[in-house]
Design a protein around this ligand. Structure first.
Ligand SMILES: [Mg+2]
Length: 370
């Protein structure tokens, strides 16, 4: 709990851990529970909620729940207070000075936007969204021990009518599972995500992906290898989509200059907040590069932020935000996110801002040390 003499507010950093419905395996590791750091700021009777949502175990990024909590507690919140508790815009300025701890900044920024928009009587959609009333959702499926299990899981979840299917690939788990998926679901809009698992020596193999009529191949190569992505994009007709590489507007600008991609997946958490995400969206739109909204996946607060942004004009592919129950046995928002016929329609409770269930937050509060 923090306080300041000049602005009456309190800040709580609340680590929560929710069980996942099944373990999620990608090329770099596996997770079976979801830990987020919730940021709760109370000021003048209003409560703002944010979510910092790095994956556990540092296999997606260097930032973990533990490091993010420590950063928020020891650096971000004290700095925000020392500056006189400014509004959310100070964070994108901060990110121009230092490009680290983006997950932590995202959690604080979300809470500050929630507070300031309530104070101004505006909604997230007014500020960050477009006109669409509902959002197309895509299904993301991890890596399984057998191809039969993969096909069975796809079949199970595709009953909800998801608008496209994304499977995770890695060397040794690519052509065969893709062939099986194409045989089982010949007409489903399909894409693959490699989470940076391939190297330039795999280009001949990656060229074979052109046979599967994919919407895109997401992050085939290492995050820093923009030149490699450009070389690959010249060799293949399947559009290259950047995810891990697209961590700031400057990096995206460089990727576009090199022609390293045709599509950029925007993840609010990875880029440091809603303002940074909007900046990348607008840059891509002006350069003719398509976007869609990705997810870590996050709990409901951050997922709703993604859904608000997924209504923007340049988000041209289905989002990775799925129904809450796809990943978690419960969520911290009420009502939870549901997908019907592949569409998420925002419930009235979340039209303006995420409606958080504080009892659920308490139920899943955990001790993360420090
Ligand atoms: Mg990805």
């Amino acid at each position: 709990m923090y306080g300041s003499q000049c602005v009456p507010h309190s800040v709580d950093l609340i680590p929560v851990s929710l069980p996942m419905t099944e373990p999620f395996r990608i090329s770099s590791g596996v997770v079976d529970s979801k830990t987020s750091i919730l940021v709760r700021i109370e000021e003048d009777g209003l409560i703002g909620w944010g979510e910092a949502s790095p994956m556990s175990g540092a296999f997606y990024s260097k930032e973990t729940p533990e490091s993010t909590l420590a950063f928020l507690r020891a650096e971000a919140i004290p700095e925000w207070i020392s500056l006189g508790s400014p509004g959310p815009d100070f964070i994108i300025q901060k990110l121009r000075e230092t490009q680290s701890n983006r997950f932590g900044w995202t959690g604080l920024e979300g809470a500050l936007w929630d507070l300031s928009l309530q104070q101004e009587g505006r909604s997230f959609r007014d500020t960050f969204g477009g006109n669409a009333r509902s959002v197309e959702s895509g299904l993301a499926i991890g890596i399984y021990p057998t191809i039969d299990q993969l096909v069975e899981r796809c079949q199970y979840y595709l009953r909800d009518g998801y608008k496209r299917l994304k499977i995770k690939i890695e060397p040794g788990w690519d052509i065969e599972p893709l062939q099986a998926i194409r045989d089982a679901f010949p007409n489903v809009p399909l894409m693959v995500d490699a989470n940076a698992a391939y190297r330039r020596e795999h280009f001949t193999l990656l060229k074979r992906l052109d046979d599967f009529d994919l919407l895109m191949i997401e992050q085939p190569l290492a995050s820093e290898d923009l030149e490699g992505h450009a070389e690959l994009q010249r060799m293949i007709t399947t559009p290259v989509c950047l995810d891990e590489s697209a961590d700031s507007a400057d990096r995206v600008r460089e990727a576009i200059r090199l022609k390293a991609c045709k599509i950029v997946n925007i993840k609010i958490q990875r880029v440091g907040g809603l303002s940074a995400a909007k900046e990348i969206h607008d840059l891509c739109e002006s350069e003719g590069i398509a976007n869609w909204m990705g997810t870590m996946p996050e709990l409901g607060i951050a997922s709703l932020h993604g859904l608000y942004m997924a209504t923007l004009s340049n988000c041209l592919y289905p989002t990775d935000v799925e129904s809450s129950r796809r990943w978690f046995t419960e969520d911290v928002i009420q009502p939870e996110i549901t997908v019907v016929d592949g569409l998420v329609t925002l419930p009235v409770e979340h039209q303006h801002r995420p409606f958080v269930d504080e009892a659920r937050v308490e139920k899943y509060r955990m001790d993360l040390g420090n």
